[in-house]
Design a binder for this molecule. Structure first.
Ligand SMILES: NC(=O)c1ccc[n+]([C@@H]2O[C@H](COP(=O)([O-])OP(=O)(O)OC[C@H]3O[C@@H](n4cnc5c(N)ncnc54)[C@H](OP(=O)(O)O)[C@@H]3O)[C@@H](O)[C@H]2O)c1
Length: 314
């Protein structure tokens, strides 16, 4: 398994595993400042860099801009070159694609950079046509503000429309960022992975650890505080998750790896277009996740995981 991946046909190369920075600065969902603070985030960033990870994903809405600010500071302080991805949120009050350029300029100011490596549309928005958003992305590429462009949460048809429109400008669609894990295998069933393969678009897999659940550390008896009411912890559902969690655990033990490393490795082994971006709140988690690089599941192990998670293939 290659340790580097192409960001579609954009010409950019990133580590096969990235890091998601949603929890960095986010007080609403992640209790930033209580469960983890700046020092933890810095440790996560440095541990990832030291492990060869050069790809970091943020968004204007993460921590109301705080995640972008932190990531910008950390990358400048480290003095090492990384690939930073951020996202434009098509919020309901942004009624036209003209909002994109000033929003990007604010993102660049928070990151304190002149050019962003990857700018993604965070989710599709019915009030603004896909084509209009792609025109706006093409404009910021031409202006030199962005090196490559992508989308997020787009279905296969929306992706193809985005690809086609960008093609008019000779700009490749670099990526589609969607939820993808052993418990959310939609991209394999709904055509998104196939479209990524056909169009040579990277599939950036978000929530690859199901927010910690796939590591086995959260259970019905020990749920994560803020998400204890999630269906993942319903009594009626426990029997259906057990075979998958047992398989992950058994393979991890046999290989001397951790559950998170097995789960992330499965995604990377699945297809060379896939780049998982697990979140990490501290140095320990970041180091552990980075240990998903440098080895590969055997075909037999891959198949066992595939089989144990087959019911989530929809
Ligand atoms: N485009 C979109 O719409 C969208 C949506 C969601 C996320 N994303 C992106 O995807 C990234 C990843 O998603 P995510 O952070 O929500 O979920 P995730 O990667 O599945 O899970 C991350 C969480 O799992 C726990 N964790 C991480 N490493 C661990 C380890 N080695 N052992 C045990 N627990 C570990 C941590 O939470 P605890 O310490 O609290 O357990 C961490 O915050 C985000 O940061 C963001 O960049 C994008």
């Amino acid at each position: 398994m290659s340790e580097m991946r192409r960001l579609g046909a954009s010409g950019l190369e990133v580590s096969a595993l990235g890091v998601g920075a949603w929890a960095w600065g986010d007080k609403m969902f992640w209790q930033y400042g209580t469960t983890h603070g700046r020092e933890d985030v810095q440790a996560a960033y440095c541990a990832s860099l030291d492990a060869g990870i050069n790809f970091y994903d943020t968004a204007e809405i993460y921590g109301y801009g705080e995640s972008e600010r932190l990531l910008g500071d950390l990358s400048r302080e480290s003095g090492r070159s990384v690939v930073i991805a951020s996202k434009f949120a098509p919020l309901p009050y942004r009624l036209s694609a003209q909002a994109l350029r000033p929003t990007l300029e604010t993102t660049l100011a928070r990151l304190k950079v002149k050019q962003l490596d990857l700018y993604q549309i965070h989710w599709p928005y019915t009030l603004i046509q896909v084509e209009d958003l792609m025109d706006a992305l093409a404009e910021v590429v031409k202006a030199g503000l962005v090196r490559s462009v992508g989308v997020s949460n787009y279905n296969a048809d929306e992706m193809k429309r985005a690809y086609k429109r960008l093609n008019r400008y000779g700009i490749p669609l670099a990526s589609n960022q969607v939820q993808y894990s052993l418990l959310k295998r939609g991209p394999e069933a709904n055509g998104v992975l196939k479209a990524c393969q056909q169009l040579d678009v990277a599939l950036i897999a978000y929530m690859p650890l199901e927010q910690g659940f796939l590591t086995g550390k959260y259970t019905r008896a020990l749920p994560p505080g803020p998400r204890r009411f999630s269906p993942l912890f319903w009594r009626s559902r426990q029997a259906r998750y057990k075979p998958l969690l047992d398989t992950i655990h058994c393979i991890a033990q046999g290989r001397g790896k951790t559950a998170s490393q097995v789960v992330l490795n499965w995604l990377m082994c699945r297809d060379e277009h896939i780049i998982p971006i697990p979140g990490a709140k501290n140095g320990h988690q970041a180091r552990e996740n980075a240990g998903a690089l440098g080895w590969s599941l055997s075909e037999e192990e891959f198949r066992r995981l595939d089989k144990a998670s087959r019911r989530w293939l929809y």
